[in-house]
Ligand binder design. Structure first.
Ligand code: A2P
Length: 282
């Protein structure tokens, strides 16, 4: 019998080289302005669907000291709290300090992820209600991608309305594909209940390219068209709860509208009728 040398089993996990490093596991590009990516999830990271974390890369070395500092931005976690990995949905800004580089990440690369989730778009910040509205523009869809895959959303509400206003049709793809995929997701149908997705009413609109429904959601609500299309009455503090995530002008305009409907802004410490968060912009 010949003596065999012991075999060392190499683990597949690369040694992290960045502080709080996580490995990229997948990247998908949607338009020249939008992409999504998935990364490994730190074993200790617990978060509530709808929260965000700081994500980034190492910045360029300081010309004087040669020292590098992390370049971080807030990113809503687009995956639900039970997922093994973390998903993010990002804009690409060609001269943006972070996304000009982040858009080039590939599976196997590392990103920095500070494991301290926070945010206001959480179920705990809302009083019980009948119907929840998720209002998004652009990458503001991300927290709702998480909440639409969160069982509590369907436990707490009879109806889930998700509106997404984008400039162009291609910018709706991430959200549309995600909602379509829910229908055939065996795990979600098993965990939440068969046909859970029938509670969702999806209302995509575009403002700068022709699509079946054009216009800003705010204008479509003011004219009553959105309510008629969706077959629901205008917002009411007794029945409707709202989460908003979009660009600053959108958030402010919609917030004013909600106040006119009699809805009050809530927080983790004081649940009310609606909550707002700014979408990530580089
Ligand atoms: P518009 O094309 O009329 O500006 P952006 O890509 O600039 O963040 O915008 C995303 C979407 O949000 C666009 O369709 C844009 O419409 C819309 N939008 C911008 N400001 C508002 C607002 N105050 N109210 C409603 N929609 C808005």
């Amino acid at each position: 019998m010949t003596e065999q040398s012991p075999v060392t089993i190499q683990t597949a996990k690369p040694v992290p080289t960045l502080p709080d490093a996580q490995m990229v596991t997948g990247v998908k590009h949607y338009t020249d302005r939008l992409f999504s990516f998935r990364v490994t999830r730190p074993a200790s990271l617990r978060f509530r669907s709808g929260e965000f974390v700081m994500i980034g890369l190492m910045g360029d070395p300081d010309p004087k000291t040669g020292k590098q500092k992390p370049l971080l931005r807030a990113y809503s976690i687009a995956s639900p709290s039970w997922d093994e990995e973390l998903e993010f949905y990002s804009i690409k800004v060609q001269d943006g300090p972070l996304t000009s580089r982040l858009q080039h990440i590939q599976p196997g690369d590392e990103v920095i992820l500070r494991p301290k989730p926070v945010g206001t778009l959480v179920h705990d910040a809302l009083l019980p209600g009948k119907r929840i509205w998720f209002f998004a523009t652009g990458t503001g869809f991300a927290p709702f991608a998480s909440l639409l895959r969160e069982p509590q959303t369907y436990e707490d509400y009879d109806e889930i309305i998700i509106t997404h206003t984008c400039r162009e049709v291609g910018e709706l793809t991430y959200g549309r594909d995600l909602i379509e995929a829910l229908k055939s997701d065996e795990l979600l149908n098993e965990v939440i209940g068969d046909g859970f997705w029938e509670k969702i009413k999806y209302y995509p609109t575009t403002t700068r390219e022709k699509s079946p429904k054009m216009g800003r959601i705010t204008d479509l609500m003011r004219s009553g068209e959105a309510f008629a299309d969706l077959g629901v009455p205008p917002l009411n503090a007794d029945t409707d709860r709202v989460m908003i995530c979009g660009n600053l002008a959108f958030n402010l305009e919609l917030k004013d509208m909600l106040e006119e409907y009699g809805l009050v802004e809530g927080a983790n410490s004081k649940p009310q009728h609606y909550v707002v968060e700014k979408a990530f912009l580089d």
